[in-house]
Design a protein around this ligand. Sequence first.
Ligand code: CO
Length: 144
Amino acid sequence: MAILTILTVPDEALLKVSKEVTEFDERLHTLLDDMTETLLRTGDAGLAAPQVGRLIRVFIINTGREVHEFVNPEIVEKSKPKLGLEGCLSIPKKRPVSVNRFQRIKVRFQDRDGNYYEGELKGFPAICFQHEFDHLNGVLLPQE
Ligand code: CO
């Protein structure tokens, strides 16, 4: 495992749309392991592959109990949005900003081996999912 360098603004890679994962191979597994080690070191809640310079649709979320891996994630249903405060590892000097996020979402994703899952998220995991999902589309927190 290895600690990866987290890209920060104004790195162009953070503004790109990431590509779908088609190969669930050793290279993907190593990336996920390295991302997990990197995220745990920061103590933060989530990390997306483009933040470490890999433009593929992969992110991880640390719920505090365990790190969950999401490959080719999709949001298939949304509830009402609500404003909340968020920060981002790629925008280090910035104070948390207000963002509208859906309180409850239904999601579909694959694991590191390509198996499909569906589930419902609410509260903090739902917010993290939407934040990391934005990274896959090159969307960052609003810059004032
Ligand atoms: Co972020």
